[in-house]
Design a protein around this ligand. Structure first.
Ligand SMILES: Nc1ncnc2c1ncn2[C@@H]1O[C@H](COP(=O)(O)OP(=O)(O)O)[C@@H](O)[C@H]1O
Ligand SMILES: [Mg+2]
Length: 307
């Protein structure tokens, strides 16, 4: 299927597409970057089987909008590809930011009863939101809904690695979002974790041809395992990020990114040394009435006594 964005020559049209679908705005005075804007953002948007999927990583200081950037990409994906499945792996013990998208846009999926939910807005009391339980990867994939973000809770967050491996065999376009990738693939892992990340780096090599878009973020690139780092295709630099040695963008340019809590922070997006400056103009403010967090609480084994 030829991507219709490829056919547009009019930059104004292109910018309005970015505006609408990405919620990001290109700055007017960045004239020389227009072609790059087209090729860089178009690469994330296109569905060209020959080009395949991308592995995209956003970097930035805490509060720079890294999770917001993922939510923005999710909204775009839900709108652009309503017949494809979208998965999100969030952190435990912190407010679930997918809630900022609105209840109608997500479903929670849990692997085990040990995953419990708590309401931070009301003293942290336990709550029982609607969840879709699943038994294994196949069951999870089958029960994942179209048109919403399927927020997956594995007891072990790292299991997302094996889930992406499973998705390779579905022979469909899929989209996986992982918040704080350094929790899944940390630098300096050892033992079994080291082996799992080794496998992850092989899986990431396959995702392009297996049509699995993987979007993620880290605070600092040095927190991430180097085998995973070398597979990044699209980099998003938000304020406070550190230059990565594979990037052409200068640290000074990153340091000059403007922060704006009302109109959105600026960021650079780079795809294999082509880059453009954008502004993430959709602000995902926390909803004070919807501050849920998820925790893993192992159920105590009942004591078995004989008589
Ligand atoms: N695009 C944005 N530009 C500026 N501020 C933002 C943006 N998105 C979110 N914010 C604000 O910053 C806070 C942190 O955003 P978040 O995406 O959680 O950052 P991070 O994941 O980098 O810690 C949000 O609560 C919101 O108030
Ligand atoms: Mg975050």
């Amino acid at each position: 299927m030829k991507n219709n964005i490829e056919n547009k020559t009019d930059c104004e049209k292109w910018e309005s597409i970015i505006d609408k679908k990405f919620g990001w705005l290109k700055k007017d005075n960045d004239k020389p970057t227009i072609d790059y804007t087209k090729s860089v953002l178009g690469r994330m948007e296109e569905h060209e089987p020959d080009h395949g999927a991308v592995f995209c990583l956003a970097m930035g200081a805490p509060g720079s909008g890294k999770t917001g950037a993922l939510l923005s990409c999710m909204e775009r994906t839900l709108t652009s590809f309503p017949k494809e499945k979208v998965f999100f792996n969030e952190c435990f013990n912190t407010p679930l930011q997918v809630c900022k998208m609105g209840k109608e846009k997500y479903q929670f999926m849990t692997e085990s009863d040990d995953i419990q939910f708590f309401d931070r807005a009301h003293g942290g009391k336990q709550i029982f939101p609607d969840v879709t339980p699943f038994t294994d990867f196949e069951d999870c994939y089958k029960k994942a809904k179209l048109g919403v973000v399927n927020v997956i809770f594995f007891k072990d967050r790292k299991k997302m690695i094996e889930f992406i491996g499973y998705l390779r065999d579905t022979c469909s376009w899929n989209h996986v979002f992982i918040d704080e990738l350094a929790e899944v693939a940390p630098a300096f892992a050892s033992g079994d974790d080291w082996k799992r990340i080794e496998k992850f780096s092989f899986i990431l090599k396959d995702i392009r041809k297996a049509w699995i878009n993987v979007y993620s973020n880290v605070q600092s690139i040095s927190d991430l395992d180097s085998r995973v780092r070398s597979k990044i295709m699209v980099r998003i630099f938000l304020p406070g990020s550190a230059k990565d040695k594979h990037s052409r963008i200068l640290q000074k340019a990153i340091d000059n990114l403007r922060e704006d809590k009302i109109n959105g922070n600026e960021g650079y997006i780079e795809y294999f040394s082509r880059f453009c400056k954008t502004r993430f103009n959709k602000i995902y403010k926390p909803d004070p009435e919807n501050l849920i967090d998820a925790r893993v609480i192992e159920k105590k084994q009942e004591k078995i006594t004989n008589g």
